[in-house]
Design a protein around this ligand. Structure first.
Ligand SMILES: NC(=O)c1ccc[n+]([C@@H]2O[C@H](COP(=O)([O-])OP(=O)(O)OC[C@H]3O[C@@H](n4cnc5c(N)ncnc54)[C@H](OP(=O)(O)O)[C@@H]3O)[C@@H](O)[C@H]2O)c1
Length: 333
């Protein structure tokens, strides 16, 4: 596909997050949202009317459509595997909402199919593409705080009513780890450029049997340690603090913040320099991942360097390991 042609998108799942994506697709000039599919036609029709989408399809019709290049899977976690497999098997490139799948087995199978069919596939960890996140990664890579040794992150809040059902329901693969924990886990892996080798964790289950408060401690091959806590029913500070041998960075409003502060020292307790960094993100931060998907498809790339598929699988393995230790599997697993 050359870069004069628009990348044509279809969405599977006419829910909350699909609206934000529909809005992003209106903003990115070389993309066009052509169709939405839902299990409930009336829901898809209403979505199409509200978001100016021309075609309303069933899942089968959307993957059969010759017009569409890429499918955005915007259903609940339990459906990601089936929806993405259907799209890949019908020759569509695919962007899947986080968490990519429910477990690593499903993730490996999707990656296998995409590679076999030479199709683009990516997990929609949109925060990795934000300008503020790129700037932060740059500062870490340039050793502005020396060698990174420790992350402390909290990421939690009372879940909004529109997300409550999905997050609390084991049948929809709810729970805080797949839904929110994925962000800090992905964040540390991205900034360090590696996956953890030692994994310790603890959780507290909700009455309905999903993890509602989860704590993760990782050790990475570089020696860096992490302390992450996450919850869908506690208001947390939502801050990441990254400690290095020559300073530390405080990053409030994890993980979409635009501003962070670098405190520099020379290996002592005296702060020598404090630098405020501000990097503006667009109001609809999805546009950056949309641009990445379009660029990759137009250039014939099968995965993004920002979130490679082997890393996505590795992160699913980390979450599998922790859930295994908690004795937590979903009813359909
Ligand atoms: N990137 C972000 O900032 C962000 C934010 C929120 C959510 N997400 C992710 O986006 C995905 C969808 O979340 P959402 O809040 O948009 O979900 P949602 O609105 O609750 O549901 C999305 C779609 O999933 C299907 N679905 C939901 N509940 C179902 C049920 N009980 N039975 C059968 N099908 C059901 C429906 O598909 P049909 O229309 O086909 O029936 C629905 O339209 C998840 O992977 C979530 O983690 C990402």
């Amino acid at each position: 596909m050359d870069n004069t042609q628009k990348v044509k998108w279809g969405i599977i799942g006419a829910g909350n997050i699909a609206k934000k994506m529909a809005n992003a697709l209106k903003i990115v000039p070389n993309c066009q949202l052509c169709a939405v599919a839902s299990k409930t036609t009336s829901k898809a029709r209403m979505f199409a009317d509200e978001n100016g989408v021309e075609n309303v399809y069933s899942y089968q019709e959307i993957v059969n459509s010759r017009e569409i290049d890429v499918i955005y899977v915007a259903t609940t976690h339990n459906f990601h595997f089936d929806n993405a497999r259907l799209a890949l098997e019908h020759g569509k490139h695919v962007l899947i909402e986080k968490s990519f799948t429910v477990n690593a087995k499903e993730a490996r199978e999707l990656v296998r199919i995409a590679r076999e069919k030479n199709l683009f596939l990516m997990e929609a960890i949109w925060t990795r593409f934000l300008p503020s996140m790129k700037m932060l990664k740059n500062k870490i890579t340039n050793h502005e705080i020396g060698d990174v040794k420790q992350f402390n992150i909290s990421f939690g809040g009372f879940v909004g009513t529109e997300y409550e059902k999905r997050l609390k329901d084991p049948a929809l693969a709810g729970g805080v780890t797949l839904d929110m924990g994925i962000y800090p886990i992905s964040f540390v892996c991205y900034l360090l450029g590696e996956l953890p080798t030692d994994i310790k964790s603890m959780t507290r289950f909700s009455d309905l049997g999903v993890d509602e408060i989860s704590n993760y401690m990782f050790r990475f091959p570089s020696g860096c340690l992490t302390n992450i806590c996450t919850s869908y029913n506690l208001k947390m500070t939502n801050e990441a603090i990254i400690y290095g041998t020559k300073g530390f960075i405080t990053f409030p409003q994890f993980s979409t913040g635009q501003q962070f502060t670098i405190y520099k020292h020379e290996g002592t307790n005296d702060i020598k320099d404090t630098i405020e960094v501000l990097e503006n993100n667009h109001d609809n931060g999805f546009i950056y991942q949309v641009e990445e998907v379009a660029r990759c498809i137009q250039e014939g790339k099968l995965e993004s360097k920002i979130i490679p598929l082997n890393e996505t699988i590795g992160i699913m393995e980390v979450m599998d390991k922790m859930r295994g230790e908690w004795g937590f599997s979903y009813p359909f697993e």
